[in-house]
Ligand binder design. Structure first.
Ligand code: ZN
Length: 187
């Protein structure tokens, strides 16, 4: 049976344990979904959503955005964020991505938004962060960083809907004086 090419991922064709070709089928253990099953060593490969972690770095009423220097969305603006790595916590990953993409010195705050992005099989987490100084050293993934007040945000030039949805709620909370926690589902 041919695996469905979904969520922007290529279906596994070979077993990660022994290298034999896998078979796509519903395992015999009561599972209800198709998995890549190795008939040589019986390993079942589970493909689950990936975590993307980032921050909303703030200075006064302005937010730091990064101009992307890589695909996808080269030349579009994003909050600093990237894939969580093994061996780190959510907050550690968010701080690391902020360091790597913006070279920003921050104090981490609380978790602000959690976004389920079902189409690509990802969950995005954004933390509040306070910039400690206006001294940036962006990495190779970023052309430049810039601070934006709400009316300066390049809404039509944002790289990702998760960034847009997070910024909308950030500025709404800022305007209302509330500090909410936001869960958002994106199809
Ligand atoms: Zn195998």
């Amino acid at each position: 049976m041919t695996a469905v090419h979904a969520f922007g991922r290529s279906p596994a064709r070979h077993c990660k344990s022994c290298g034999a070709a896998v078979e796509w089928r519903v395992p015999d253990d009561g599972d209800t979904r198709q998995r890549a099953v190795c008939s040589t060593c019986d390993t079942i490969h589970y493909d689950n959503p990936l975590n993307v972690v980032g921050t909303i770095p703030v200075w006064d009423n302005k937010v730091l955005l990064c101009l992307r220097n890589i695909e996808p969305r080269f030349g579009k603006w994003t909050l600093p964020a990237g894939f969580m790595e093994l061996g780190e916590t959510l907050a550690e990953g968010a701080a690391r991505e902020t360091q790597e993409e913006a070279g920003a010195h921050i104090e981490m705050g609380s978790l602000f938004s959690v976004l389920s992005v079902m189409r690509v099989g990802q969950v995005h987490f954004f933390y509040h962060a306070r910039l400690l100084k206006l001294d940036f050293d962006p990495g190779h993934e970023t052309q430049k960083v810039q601070l934006f007040a709400e009316h300066e945000i390049p809404w039509d030039e944002l790289a990702f809907r998760t960034v847009r949805e997070t910024l909308i709620r950030h500025f709404a909370d800022q305007a209302s004086g509330q500090h909410g926690f936001h869960t958002i589902d994106i199809n």
